[in-house]
Write a protein that binds this ligand. Structure first.
Ligand code: MF3
Ligand code: CO
Ligand code: CO
Length: 256
């Protein structure tokens, strides 16, 4: 395992890519509405990238055809945007965005509902956000990745939800996916010890049922779905380990 340590100057550059990723993530989320197609949201990102002369990190990544990932309901991650996929009332939609700028990538996702969520969908989203928050609060120098995973796992399990294990968070920087692996479960005191300058994507993928933590990939070769087709939610931040904790790089620009 080779974990890239970024200098302060490199983190500054990465912060730019991450801020832009966050901005586009939120633009995408604000366009989630019944009747809109996921292809239209992808088009928006393509336009934005053209206007600001940046690259969508996922476009053509391992042959991926979209600029972003848009995953609905039982789709956990890697949903391919399509002009034929119409968002329906009550859909849970995750918009996962990465922007490549100045040599670095951001990677960030949030899940929103098209219209009013059912009470159980609202709880799933809220718990998944708390999972991400718990992971971020645990992360810092000298902390094991097992501690981060455990913090996430604890929140999901106490709520009675499933945790996707087939797919996990990761290092992110010059490439979208790099070492280390960042699972959403773990044993405290195990695995890699985090150090200042490491940059990781923490991304809990939480499912309504325990059976749903098993996943399948659809015949399009990309879309990851819960095996029992239960609802899932996904939030993701890119985080830099600092001397005294961590910095979330993919917060909105106006966030303190
Ligand atoms: N955003 C995904 C992640 O969080 C990666 C998408 S790569 C793609 O790891 F090729 F599938 F788009
Ligand atoms: Co992502
Ligand atoms: Co990621």
């Amino acid at each position: 395992m080779k974990v890239d340590i970024k200098s302060k100057a490199e983190i500054d550059r990465m912060r730019e890519a991450c801020r832009m990723s966050a901005e586009i993530r939120d633009i995408c989320a604000s366009h989630v509405s019944p009747g809109v197609t996921t292809g239209e949201i992808d088009d928006l990102v393509a336009e934005y990238c053209g206007r600001y002369k940046v690259k969508a990190s996922f476009y053509r990544y391992n042959g991926y055809p979209g600029h972003i990932c848009v995953s609905i309901n039982d789709e956990v991650i890697h949903g391919i945007p399509s002009r034929h996929r119409v968002i329906m009332p009550g859909d849970l939609v995750s918009t996962d965005v990465g922007i490549f700028k100045g040599g670095f990538n951001g990677d960030t996702s949030r899940t929103v509902c098209a219209g009013k969520p059912s009470p159980e969908a609202a709880r799933l989203m809220e718990v998944t956000r708390r999972c991400l928050k718990a992971g971020i609060e645990a992360a810092g120098p000298g902390v094991h990745l097992g501690d981060v995973g455990y913090a996430i796992q604890k929140v999901a399990e106490e709520a009675g939800f499933g945790i996707v294990r087939d797919w996990i968070g990761h290092g992110v920087g010059r490439t979208v996916h790099e070492d280390p692996q960042v699972p959403n479960y773990g044993i405290p005191g195990t695995k890699l010890v985090l150090r200042p300058g490491m940059t990781i994507a923490i991304e809990p993928m939480i499912t309504m049922t325990k059976a749903g933590e098993r996943t399948d990939v659809l015949s399009d070769g990309w879309t990851v779905v819960t095996r029992d087709r239960c609802l899932s939610a996904h939030y993701e931040h890119t985080v830099a380990i600092t001397d005294d904790g961590c910095e979330v790089l993919t917060l909105p620009a106006d966030y303190p």
